[in-house]
Ligand binder design. Structure first.
Ligand code: PEP
Ligand code: MG
Length: 547
């Protein structure tokens, strides 16, 4: 959306706030170096030489990533930079490397062409996936591909950024975010991106204000334009007039006051004026984010997404040892507060091949539907979670994604009991009382909330999907995003049914969709009787303040 004002050359563009904050500076357009890839076949290509070049490039980029990881760690004080590790995992993926080498050896491709084509297979597959998470990983794949090719061409992909810059780009990879933070950019504004994209998460960890999904920004902004960024409201002001500058100065003051206020309430419980205490938990996915539990003093983890096991290691997503380490780290960071682990919510045959493209992947093979068919994946995940639960009794709960039918709950419960029995037989400690709850994100579940409440130990309303399925609006399709109305009364009636059933049958009801992070909506949810909200950690201060 573009709006001209008559007072000056001022122009405003709008996007989505990925990392709240405000900043001003001089626009710097980030354009990746364009490269030409060698022709597909080259009979004169020297296979050995190309393989050598490839190995050198992989080593060089690997070293670069290590440096970036070290920098990220020093900046965000995280004990593990799993986001950069994901890129590292891509770089070390044996299947991908095998494919590149195969092209060099069988097609006589030059190394750069082989890299380009082999990555292309993954990029197309991830882009076509119905999993938003996988689509967001495309920028990681592109980044590593471009760096490899740039190295093979002996050039660099990141230019020098001048001081006081607001970086404008079509999209950014997490590595680029880290590299730019070294140049101390004041803010990031991108045309694409996603709220849960790695780049947004890294920017959040580095506290760089960021706006995503700003349509047309790359064409509208010129290098050297003065710009104001209000990442709290998702607003970019180009060549601001006096009125905007004055307004902005007030915003800076307000932000300073807000920070002072947050420090005052940070250690207090989230209590309404009538004394009702609300659980304010964190939605997390990567180990790099775990520190945010402490930074934002969250009451535990209300949603631990686990799909990254498939993203970081497509070939071997089920490594039990890795899973156990991950869940254990989450529990340790929470220091006695609950961790809600959601079972794998993957979907689309690009992750687990179904052998058939789906016409409607969001209505297709996703979440618990996959897990109940691929029992071994479910059992291995349950075993990993229950192993950690046995070590830390009372601190873990398990949540089922994309459930739409009562029988699915019964099946998971049966599997859980069976895995617990195996652990007992093997003389591992077992927590007999691990709560098994469900995501309420399909309308049939909200409509039958009473029946589900008799079985499940807790509900967590996933408003992101519940909105999509209630309003028949693809949550990832920008063409219909104006129909994606989280304040739609139809959605709220389903929330009400769920909250009421929870109260009637005495089970806790939480909301872990994005809706809970809007202060106004959070208060309405509380008024409906919901006592637990789980939000992306940077939203905790605003929601707590509102409560
Ligand atoms: C939801 O659907 O609201 C939710 C929290 O899950 P996800 O966004 O991971 O689908
Ligand atoms: Mg969901």
């Amino acid at each position: 959306m573009t709006e001209d004002t008559s007072i000056s050359r001022e122009k405003k563009l709008y996007g989505i706030a990925a990392v709240p904050g405000i900043a001003e500076g001089i626009a710097h357009l980030y354009e990746r170096e364009k490269f030409n890839v060698s022709d597909e076949d080259d009979e004169h290509s020297n296979e050995e030489q190309e393989l050598d070049r490839l190995n050198n490039a992989i080593k060089a980029i690997s070293k670069e990533l290590e440096m970036v990881t070290a920098f990220a760690k020093s900046q965000v004080d995280a004990d593990s930079s799993s986001i950069i590790e994901t890129q590292m995992a891509i770089l070390e993926d044996p299947e991908l490397i095998r494919q590149i080498k195969l092209y060099i050896q069988t097609r006589k491709s030059k190394a750069d062409r082989a890299v380009y084509d082999a990555f292309g297979i993954y990029i197309r597959a991830f882009r076509a996936s119905d999993s938003e998470l996988l689509r967001q990983r495309v920028s990681d794949l592109r980044d590593i591909r471009n760096r490899l090719i740039a190295h093979l061409h002996k050039s660099t992909t990141v230019q020098d950024i001048p001081g006081n810059a607001v970086l404008i780009a079509d999209d950014l990879s997490p590595t680029e975010v880290v590299l730019f933070s070294k140049h101390k950019v004041n803010a990031l504004v991108v045309e694409l991106g996603g709220l849960n994209a790695h780049a947004s998460i890294v920017a959040g960890a580095l506290a760089i204000p960021m706006i995503i999904n700003v349509a047309g920004v790359v064409n509208e902004v010129k290098n050297g334009d003065k710009v104001l960024v209000n990442a709290a409201s998702g607003e970019l002001i180009i060549s601001p007039g006096k009125e905007s500058l004055d307004f902005f100065n007030v915003q800076i003051e307000l932000a300073e006051q807000k920070e002072v206020q947050w420090q005052k309430i940070k250690e207090l419980p989230a209590k309404t004026s009538c004394g009702t205490e609300i659980q304010l938990r964190a939605n997390l996915e990567f180990e790099l984010e775990f520190e945010n539990i402490l930074t934002y003093n969250a009451d535990g983890i209300g949603l631990l997404r686990t799909e990254s096991f498939f993203i970081a290691d497509v070939e071997n997503p089920l490594d039990i040892a890795k899973q156990i380490a991950f869940y254990e780290q989450a529990v340790k960071t929470c220091r006695g507060k609950a961790v809600t682990v959601r079972l794998f919510d993957v979907g689309g045959d690009k992750v687990i091949r179904s052998g058939k493209e789906e016409d409607n992947p969001f209505l297709g093979w996703r979440g618990i539907r996959i897990l109940l068919e691929k029992r071994e994946i479910l059992r291995q995940q349950l075993r990993s979670i229950l192993t950690v639960a046995g070590r830390y009794p009372g601190q873990i709960q398990i949540m089922i994604p994309m459930i739409s039918d009562l029988a699915e709950f019964d099946e998971v419960k049966r599997e859980m009991i069976s895995v617990q029995q195996i652990l007992k037989d093997e003389e591992f400690p077992v927590d007999e009382n691990v709560p098994l709850g469900i995501m309420v994100e399909v309308p049939s579940v909200a409509l039958m909330a009473g029946e589900f409440a008799r079985k499940a130990d807790f509900f967590s309303i996933g408003t992101n999907d519940l909105t999509q399925y209630t309003l028949a609006v693809d949550r990832a399709n920008p063409k219909v995003s104006n129909h994606y109305q989280q304040m739609h009364p139809g959605l709220w009636r389903l929330i009400r049914l769920t909250a009421d059933a929870g109260q009637k049958f005495g089970i806790p009801v939480a909301v872990c969709g994005e809706l809970a992070s809007y202060s106004f909506a959070a208060l309405v949810l509380i008024a409906m009787g919901i006592r637990s909200l789980s939000v992306a950690p940077p939203h905790i201060p605003d929601v707590k303040q509102a409560i």
